[in-house]
Design a protein around this ligand. Structure first.
Ligand SMILES: CCCCC/C=C/C(=O)SCCNC(=O)CCNC(=O)[C@H](O)C(C)(C)COP(=O)(O)OP(=O)(O)OC[C@H]1O[C@@H](n2cnc3c(N)ncnc32)[C@H](O)[C@@H]1OP(=O)(O)O
Length: 794
């Protein structure tokens, strides 16, 4: 722990207010805190406890993202919410209460679910210093890759357009845009025909992306619908032959895509249909026309009004699909056979004929496009429709942890994921790279360099002959001078070696202890400074080596191969590396411990250490500035004061390269054997939590949330956990009582557990923001029943 930073006699209000914490992280740490922007996802009891412990020490600002309304359960566990706030926005009320704690902190909220924010403004989270997420369920990973793949078979002249927007090809603005430009590309290539299919295993397309319509941004909503109209017009009126190979479910908008093609080949055991009414939605006229043109007025009316989804064989007998196949490959081959039927027909003739057949339907939409758009927008914004969509969304239950973790990993924004459930607490830190200069070790040996003093220090120390000093002077010289003197005496008798072993050190200690000269009463008394010198034998004679963690940093690729993206930390490391290479040691820290000595002798010595530290830091600064210049980095990227701090703490530099939560969730093997063999290991909580996440994803509730479902939930959770363990190739089973325990919690948060965990999580966030103290790496579990905790690197 660092010593208190010196204060001016008139402390500013701010330093009075934050006095105690300034002792921990200093003005520079406080400055980073005051400039930080923290995002909290979900204002649960735990979330608000974390923010409380960040607002009080004075973070710059916070933003709460939470689309939930306050429930009775919230009131039971969250001390920031009052009884009369039930039904109000949880984000808003929590923000107001938290802001009352510290007028220096700014705060705002977004009354939307994190899923919604993610779907509409992907980069929203990039602007934060840290994102904290509580009670956030996982989600399968969806990538930024191209959303459609177009390939052309040169031999047959047939193009394949494959939808590839995981997980279910739901039609959002970007996918529709890519389909449309894929079709343009194919049209330009004058292909003989197009096969429209999907890369997903069991879904052709899940229809319109509900996120485009639920709580929409009106501008984007307009644009979205126009692009949907365009895409349909393009596909429906496509001049070349079109076949849908429906290799999975095709509800609503997915069915529309298939209906827009001329021929449909569907794999067995899936469903297809315009099921809008089942969702409380009305399908637009051109959706209806697309179906009517395939199965006729009567069947369409029956299917549409009931919102029927037909199984593959039913769809075949209804004429909704033309052929049934066992799998996609067979579907593609059948599609090629269909397209080859037109081999002997002139493409223009074929195209014109298709145009004439479809002309009326196309013209209908062309004529009413604007009106159709307005109707849709008005309809979509209608509160009743939004209500339906909300219910529907809840049924689909989105999960965002995985995409959020992937997104923040790429954006290099730290993510802190926390969960408090019953007596169990969990904190998981995700940082791609985190560097710490001031680790504040609990105990630190003074950096005195007595084994290899630099010339100025040597000259000073050699100038004092301790053995010839009079009684008064002797008692005032600093312990270091005494230690150095007797160390040299020791070396004279030991071939120039410094003492290493305990026995050797005892010899040196004895030399110092036997040194007193008799006082005026003839009594030999060992002075305080000599006692100190004896004490320093243990801690100050270790040879100057570079700690292994620092050497690892200096040998790191980021230190050796700098780029324009290198952070100031790495530029300083590269400069430090050069100093180490030329001087064979790290720079002197420059601080001298307090010791019994007269002021002059102490200050002389202190100045020597201080000056050497300054000289070395200046050399590192010059080198770092040169490196930054060579890389074309801005001149002010590295300041002299930063370099001085860096050099002072060069022997405690700390680097964490973390692990992405999304990767962790997608891992297929996990060696848990050693943990599971230990009955006291808290690792079982990790397994239970992963099981819990899956349970929530699958059943949309917490296990044991409903009293009459506890026993069935125990069975379900057990089966989910054993599936997880077998996915990880782990042969151990989790003890039944663990599963029962989690089900007993029923997803409830206990305030006391959240308060403790909130304090711990806030500490970790402060470490991340200030880049001081070592943050945990990377998962922390807390068992409030036994008051045990454990950290694991997952
Ligand atoms: C306002 C007027 C508009 C009128 C016209 C409307 C047209 C439409 O197209 S509305 C959309 C109708 N779509 C559906 O009803 C399909 C809903 N989805 C499903 O039934 C299933 O997802 C499935 C059968 C297509 C696939 O099932 P499965 O393989 O089991 O996958 P999941 O259900 O677990 O879904 C995975 C993942 O995808 C999310 N999701 C599914 N459908 C949509 C969608 N249409 N929009 C957005 N997101 C969707 C689902 O929530 C899951 O997400 P995570 O839980 O986050 O993993």
């Amino acid at each position: 722990m660092s010593s208190p930073s010196p204060k001016s006699p008139e402390q500013s209000d701010k330093s009075k207010k934050y006095d105690r914490q300034l002792r921990l992280w200093g003005d520079h740490g406080q400055r980073l805190l005051e400039n930080s922007k923290v995002c909290l996802i979900n204002a649960t009891a735990l979330g608000t406890e974390i923010l409380k412990s960040l607002v009080l020490p004075g973070i710059g600002s916070f933003t709460i993202v939470d689309g939930e309304k306050i429930s009775e359960e919230d009131i039971g566990s969250n001390f920031f919410l009052e009884n009369d706030s039930i039904g109000l926005s949880r984000a808003q009320v929590a923000t107001q209460s938290l802001l009352e704690l510290n007028p220096d902190v700014r705060g705002d909220y977004i009354d939307e679910s994190p899923e919604h924010v993610m779907a509409h403004t992907q980069d929203f989270f990039n602007k934060f210093t840290v994102v904290i997420a509580t009670a956030l369920p996982e989600k399968r990973f969806s990538s930024d890759a191209k959303l459609v793949a177009v390939s052309v078979n040169d031999k047959s002249g047939v193009a394949t357009l494959t939808l590839q927007r995981p997980p279910v090809n739901s039609l959002n603005l970007e996918l529709l845009t890519d389909i449309s430009s894929g079709l343009t590309e194919i049209e330009k290539a004058k292909c003989r025909g197009v096969i429209l299919t999907s890369s997903a295993e069991s879904v052709f397309s899940a229809g319109l992306d509900i996120f485009e319509v639920y709580k929409p941004n009106p501008e984007r909503l307009n644009h979205f619908w126009k692009v949907l109209q365009d895409t349909w017009l393009k596909l429906y009126g496509f001049p070349y032959a079109t076949v849908a190979v429906i290799n999975g479910h095709a509800p609503a908008g997915g069915c529309l895509l298939a209906l827009s093609c001329e021929y449909r080949i569907m794999s067995k055991n899936y469903t297809i249909g315009l099921n809008e009414t089942q969702l409380g939605l009305v399908a637009p006229k051109w959706f209806i026309a697309s179906m009517r043109n395939v199965i006729g007025q009567r069947q369409s009316e029956l299917a549409l009004t009931a919102g029927r989804l037909f199984k593959t064989d039913e769809a075949l007998s209804l004429g909704l699909v033309d052929e049934v196949v066992d799998n996609k490959e067979e579907g593609i081959s059948k599609a090629e056979q269909f397209l080859s039927r037109f081999r002997n027909i002139a493409p223009e003739v074929r195209g014109m004929t298709k145009q004439l057949v479809r002309e009326d339907t196309i013209k209908d939409l062309m004529k009413t496009r604007e009106q159709d758009l307005n109707t849709f927008v008005q309809y979509a914004l209608n509160p009743k429709v939004q209500e339906y969509l909300e219910k529907y969304m809840q049924a689909l239950k989105t999960k965002v942890l995985i995409p959020l973790s992937r997104h923040l990993w790429d954006a290099q924004v730290p993510l802190v994921v926390c969960r408090s459930i019953g007596f169990l607490g969990y904190i998981r830190l995700q940082v791609k790279e985190h560097t710490v200069i001031e680790t504040h070790p609990d105990s630190e040996n003074p950096d005195l360099r007595l084994d290899k003093p630099w010339p100025a220090l040597k000259e000073h120390l050699d100038s004092i002959n301790v053995a010839t000093l009079d009684q008064k002077t002797r008692s005032h010289i600093p312990a270091i001078v005494i230690l150095y003197y007797y160390l040299n005496k020791y070396k004279e008798f030991h071939d120039g070696n410094v003492p290493r072993t305990r026995a050797e050190k005892d010899v040196l200690r004895k030399m110092i202890r036997d040194s007193p000269i008799p006082d005026e009463h003839g009594v030999k008394v060992l002075e305080e400074n000599f006692e100190e010198a004896i004490h320093y034998v243990n801690t100050c004679l270790n040879p100057q080596t570079i700690p292994s963690n620092v050497q690892t940093i200096l040998d790191d690729d980021s230190c050796i191969n700098l780029t324009q993206n290198s952070s100031p930390f790495w530029v300083m490391c590269a400069a430090l590396r050069e100093l180490v290479q030329s001087e064979g040691a790290l720079p002197v820290s420059g601080s001298l411990p307090d010791m019994a000595a007269d002021t002059n002798s102490y200050i002389t010595l202190q100045q020597l250490y201080y000056k050497q530290a300054q000289l070395q830091a200046e050399a590192v600064f010059r080198r770092a500035s040169q490196i930054a210049r060579n890389l074309g980095l801005p001149q002010d990227i590295i300041t002299e004061s930063e370099v001085k701090l860096f050099c002072k703490h060069a022997n405690e530099l700390h680097l964490i390269r973390g692990c992405c939560i999304a990767d962790e969730y997608e891992r297929t093997s996990l060696d848990l054997t050693s943990y599971l063999e230990d009955p006291d290991s808290l690792m079982f909580y990790y397994i239970t939590l992963r099981g819990l996440e899956r349970f929530i994803s699958e059943f949309n509730t917490y296990p044991g949330q409903f009293d009459d479902q506890v026993e069935p939930d125990v069975l379900k959770l057990k089966s989910i956990i054993s599936k997880l363990l077998s996915e990880w190739n782990c042969s151990h089973a989790l003890r039944d009582e663990r599963v029962h325990e989690v089900c007993r919690y029923g997803g409830a948060e206990l305030h006391s557990v959240s308060a403790i965990l909130g304090g711990c999580a806030a500490h970790e966030v402060i470490k991340l923001i200030t880049h001081q103290y070592k943050p945990l790496n990377n998962a922390f579990f807390y068992d409030a029943i036994t008051s045990n905790s454990a950290t694991f690197c997952l």
